[in-house]
Design a protein around this ligand. Structure first.
Ligand code: GLC
Ligand code: GLC
Length: 810
């Protein structure tokens, strides 16, 4: 069952009912000011940091889900409704929400009034702009009383939810232009140099800034007193909960339309320019911002700038094929989600509160794989930020804080896969850009400027960290966890409320990870190549030798007969083996070892992938492990804390499905790879939205596995490494267009379903048009470049500005 449709021409998903199975959201903003907007106008916005600079209050775990947002109440002769359906839930004669790239447009119509609400963060500005269009679609004149409404958050979102003894007494506002501009200045008198405002480009009939006055003491969001009365109370908040509401009297003749522009802005003042006079904030910067969005033409210009921005970004990789779902994933939604994960990391979504997790070391490196072709210069910055949190021994803080860029001491280090991801990230950046100078960039350890060394030295320490931390079988020690945060083999937690990852009360050097071993082999060729490039021939040779040794170790101690083992636990017992009662097989080492080429020659790779098919594949994707753990195992950690079928305990963890997809292409089975890809690609799930429940335009981290009560139901949409890895899988391996160090590799492998397609790829300043005739037979493709046959599949990079035509028979 569907709840909307894709409008590919406008690059929008159109939701046609307010009653989706879960709030379906979008993100606004791409620089420093960001918003979350649901299709019922719920959500909030913030400047840079969702915890410390939050403008709007939002309550998680609310009933119903998704209360709080930018709401417009329309009182039409006593009949009160919202174009966004929420919060009054008055029935609408028509409803539509268009989530586009960086904007959302909601249109609701009731009893002869159509209200269109456009929301965007204009590029280059620290504000959310709301354009409200009201049209009289009926035969008689209308006299409407319209009320905007937002609730301010007292900046620090954590404090806002917890510290009521203080908060209820700090709220302060200022009101200007008779209430047309409302300033939120809580804590501005002391250490804050920032304030927010909500302004409208029209004269108002009244305003409110005190929540209790607006709602009345006994009402909820569906029936505010002010909206019911049809008149603002001109309340000025003092403590308690500051809000902003404008009251507008809108008279419309039949057919007439009126447009209002609201700006919800964020302003910072230099310390010595904070005040206009004692107690009155200096509003110069606010006025300038308000001026920029004081009419619909300015909003239209901002929309145009936004559209141009996205056209530019998305033109770096695009496909034309007969499969519209494939096209929309590759051309629009998958890269869009990659940009959102770049901006948000794992901080703010409808599953992440924005007050918790920082930027993950491994997560950020993997996200980079999905956005490096869109914003390479920002990928460079990101790499330096990440590497600056590494420790001198090569280990790394698991997370760092986005505002300070400092490592997070609460979580600390000891996730032994972390260091290797840095090599993945840097290699992807250099393949995309050819910018080897990044390797010479001086980068500190743990942000201590005295310790600066060239970035390459960081890669070296990453690589050697694995070698310096091998266990009894010669496999890498796992530490607190590897990619699978929930496989905590040194944790042994028996106390509720402590974190599985950081408790680690066993410090033995026995628990080993076959997954990290696969990563090590996989990344060694890149590391060796880069070492050689810098003239470190010995280091390159050593790396290749160690990778060969590790390959042997995997095949000797990491092979279970039909698939790769997952790990050895603290006691040296196998994890992910046919000898185990539960969780005999895990997905991660199958994907990563085969991607690294382990066992491809000897046939183990094929066997492992056949075992994945047989034991882990389901109609909704590939589960992480099987059979799931049915009870808590103290020696395995969080993984066994989840009921069977959810999250890391046999959920379909969409992040690692693409590893298997890529692995299938490594052994040439494009048909199966494409089949797997389609199973979890959201556009293909649109028809089962009632089961999947989350947005059909973006990936979710997890879909409940076959052992779960709610098999097929997704959770944690948007902020997941799934976005980047699936983009890598489809763009570089299935469609097969992959930037390499010295040329663009063209090696499609997606089976025979799509007979022909064209990819346009911009890379290093040149444009490549690759026309593929795809028989699906597998094996090497035949290429001609600008009409001349090419031996092999590596198309040398052309000069910036060139257009290269490549014909490919695959
Ligand atoms: C979450 C984490 C990621 C981890 C994964 C598997 O997505 O953000 O770091 O690899 O879970 O546990
Ligand atoms: C929990 C989640 C896992 C996540 C980890 C780190 O363990 O289950 O997915 O990666 O927290 O935040």
């Amino acid at each position: 069952m569907r709840f909307g449709y894709f409008d590919d021409k406008n690059r929008e998903y159109v939701i046609t009912t307010p009653k989706t199975p879960y709030p379906w959201i979008n993100y606004l903003g791409s620089e420093s000011f960001f918003s979350l907007v649901s299709h019922r106008a719920g959500g909030y916005c913030f400047y840079r940091d969702a915890r410390l600079r939050r403008l709007m209050r939002y309550r998680y775990n609310n009933v119903p889900t998704d209360v709080g947002g930018r709401y417009f109440y329309i009182n039409d002769g006593g009949d009160v409704w919202n174009p966004s359906f929420a919060p009054t839930k008055a029935a609408l004669d028509s409803f539509e929400c268009r989530h586009g790239l960086g904007y959302t447009r909601i249109t609701g119509e009731r009893k002869g009034v159509r209200a269109g609400l456009l929301m965007l963060v204009p590029p280059g500005h620290t504000a959310e702009v709301h354009e409200l269009r009201l049209k009289n679609t009926g035969p008689s004149p209308k006299s409407l009383k319209v009320f905007s409404f937002i609730e301010f958050c007292l900046w620090n979102a954590y404090d806002d939810m917890t510290n009521y003894q203080r908060n209820f007494s700090t709220g302060e506002v200022e009101v200007e232009r008779g209430g047309a501009t409302i300033y939120h200045k809580t804590e501005y008198r002391e250490r804050r140099d920032h304030f927010a405002f909500y302004s409208v480009n029209a004269d108002v009939a009244g305003f409110d800034t005190d929540r209790e006055t607006f709602f009345g003491l006994f009402n909820d969001w569906s029936a505010p007193d002010v909206a019911a009365k049809g008149a603002s109370s001109n309340s000025v908040a003092s403590g308690w909960q500051p809000v902003a509401s404008h009251g507008l009297d809108v008279n419309l003749a039949p057919g007439e339309e009126k447009t209002f522009v609201f700006t919800l802005g964020y302003v910072e003042n230099p310390r010595d320019e904070k005040w206009e006079k004692p107690g009155v904030i200096n509003k110069t910067r606010a006025h300038a911002l308000i001026e920029k969005f004081s009419n619909p033409e300015q909003v239209a210009a901002a929309m145009k700038a936004l559209a141009d921005h996205w056209s530019r970004l998305l033109s770096n990789y695009s496909i034309e094929s007969s499969d519209e779902k494939l096209n929309r994933m590759v051309n629009i939604w998958n890269p869009y989600q990659c940009m959102v994960t770049f901006n948000m990391s794992r901080s703010a979504s409808y599953f992440e509160t924005g007050i918790g997790r920082g930027m993950g070391f491994r997560d950020s490196n993997q996200d980079l794989l999905g956005f490096v072709h869109l914003v390479p210069e920002r990928a460079r910055e990101r790499i330096i930020d990440i590497a600056s949190t590494q420790f001198p021994d090569g280990s790394a803080y698991h997370q760092y804080q986005p505002l300070t860029k400092r490592g997070n001491n609460d979580v600390g280090a000891g996730f032994n896969d972390d260091p290797l991801w840095l090599i993945f990230g840097v290699a992807a950046y250099i393949r995309e850009t050819g910018d080897y100078s990044i390797l010479d960039e001086q980068v500190p350890f743990d942000n201590d400027p005295k310790t600066k060394v060239p970035l390459f030295e960081h890669l070296k320490r990453s690589f050697n960290y694995t070698l310096n931390n091998l266990g009894p079988h010669g496999l890498p020690l796992i530490g607190r966890a590897d990619w699978n945060d929930c496989l905590n083999l040194n944790c042994f937690s028996e106390t509720p409320d402590e974190s599985f990852q950081t408790t680690g009360n066993r410090t033995g050097r026995t628990a080993e990870s076959v997954f990290i071993a696969g990563m090590f082999v996989g990344v060694a060729p890149d590391y060796a190549f880069l070492a050689e490039k810098l003239g470190f021939a010995d280091e390159a040779k050593k790396a290749r030798g160690e990778a060969a040794k590790m390959t042997d170790v995997i095949l000797k101690h990491g092979w279970d007969g039909e698939w790769f083992l997952r790990a050895y636990d603290f006691f040296g017992k196998k994890v992910g083996s046919k000898e185990n009662k539960e969780s005999q097989i895990f997905i991660e080492p199958q994907g990563f070892c085969v991607m690294a080429g382990v066992g491809v020659e000897g046939g183990q790779a094929k066997k492992a992938l056949d075992s994945v098919k047989e034991r882990l594949d389901t109609k909704y994707g590939i589960v992480l492990n099987n059979p799931p753990y049915s009870e808590y195992h103290v020696e395995l950690g969080e993984i066994s804390s989840y009921p069977p079928g959810y999250k890391e305990n046999a959920g379909i963890f969409c992040h690692n499905n693409p590893w298997v997809i890529i692995a299938e292409t490594v052994i040439g089975r494009g048909d199966r790879a494409f089949e797997y890809w389609k199973k979890i690609a959201p556009a293909y799930l649109e028809d089962i939205s009632e089961i999947h429940r989350l947005e059909p335009y973006v990936y979710a981290q997890m879909i409940a596995g076959k052992d779960a009560v709610r098999h097929g139901e997704a959770k944690n949409s948007w902020l997941t490494g799934t976005a980047a890895w699936n983009f890598v899988a489809i763009s570089q391996y299935l469609l097969g267009i992959r930037p390499d160090y010295d040329g663009l590799r063209v090696r499609p492998c997606l089976g025979g379903e799509i007979a022909k397609f064209t990819v346009t790829r911009k890379c290093r300043g040149a444009e490549y048009r690759i026309n593929v005739k795809n028989s699906g037979k597998g094996g090497p493709a035949k290429l001609t470049v600008d009409g001349k046959p090419l031996a092999g599949d590596l198309v040398p990079y052309a000069k910036p500005g060139a257009t290269v035509i490549i014909d490919c028979e695959a």
